[in-house]
Design a protein around this ligand. Sequence first.
Ligand SMILES: Nc1nc2c(ncn2[C@@H]2O[C@H](COP(=O)(O)OP(=O)(O)OP(=O)(O)O)[C@@H](O)[C@H]2O)c(=O)[nH]1
Ligand SMILES: [Zn+2]
Length: 361
Amino acid sequence: MPFAPDPKEMLARARADLRMGVPVVMDGPAPALILATETLTPERLAFAQTLGPVDLALTGRRAATLKARAYDGDVARVALPNDATLGWVRGLADPADDLRKPMKGPLVTRRDGDASPHRLAVLLIKSAQLLPAALVLSLDDAGGFAQKHGLTRLQAASVAPLLQSLSPLSEVVAARLPIAVSEAGRLHVFRPEDGSEEHYAMEIGKPARNAPVLARLHSACFTGDLMGSLKCDCGPQLHAALAQMGDEGAGVLLYLNQEGRGIGLANKMRAYSLQDQGFDTVEANHRLGFEDDERDFRIGADILKKLGFSSVRLLTNNPAKIAIMEKHGIHVAERVPLQVGKTAHNEAYLSTKATKSGHLF
Ligand SMILES: Nc1nc2c(ncn2[C@@H]2O[C@H](COP(=O)(O)OP(=O)(O)OP(=O)(O)O)[C@@H](O)[C@H]2O)c(=O)[nH]1
Ligand SMILES: [Zn+2]
């Protein structure tokens, strides 16, 4: 059946559905219906409540902020009260008003039954760059339910490994791109097979493939790279890296579309709003239900290898990047520090990165 979508294509479809607010069916040993709380409507909430008991799946991080017991470690299952409104659900999922309304409970969390659909729901929703919180309700007949309501049906057994593994990606096109630092520029576009974000590689000059190349793994930062934000050091780092490659006449800058350390721009702005309430960059991510850093740097190693590189002089202050390159087949011959862009606004941010994320300054 060559026209039928394969599991990774079904996964891409499911992400798009969840972003629009359409529920998804997860088939497997514990079949379940999944709705993303961020895009939930009152009508869909009300209908879900007529179908049986509904759980709100939250990450262990978010549960810790809410002082709710997460019996399953990385995921908590809050039993939705019968009269739960959309406002109540959103209040648990979104920390925006935590300080104004600190008392959200008492929350009853479940410890019986199977948490695996909840865990998968949260992973799936994270991969759609939505707030990591889902409504989950069990289904008897997943196939029949999906067909009746015209919903995307995923198989837990195939989705779980896909969500953990790196989607294969391939180069779509490359073309000459003269830029300010070097007329000998070439931009390569890489596209993952699972319908997620494309990533770019800016090659400067003609770096030798059999020697360490001056390289930068830059994570997208719309606010810093394009708006000139003073809250981070991304824009100056991007331009300093390219300038050094221009000066040396050779280098490769990967522009990885992992905005906000992998949580997406909307969630990064939610984190900024929490930072204005006094939380630091790491605490803000945790309150939202994310880890400090949700990026997958294996993508960077993969692109470097596809371009024919095996050894780099890496422009970074982040030891985690070095460790992941080494683990995935890219030798880091040298770390080249990249310390630019300190402002009065990002002093606290940079010092949090040094103390909590191990950045070298
Ligand atoms: N979630 C979140 N992401 C942020 C914040 N500030 C910047 N970012 C994102 O962080 C990423 C840049 O990561 P950095 O930690 O500055 O740098 P790094 O790439 O880990 O390390 P270096 O190689 O040393 O620059 C970009 O994707 C930014 O969008 C923030 O406060 N919260
Ligand atoms: Zn930035």
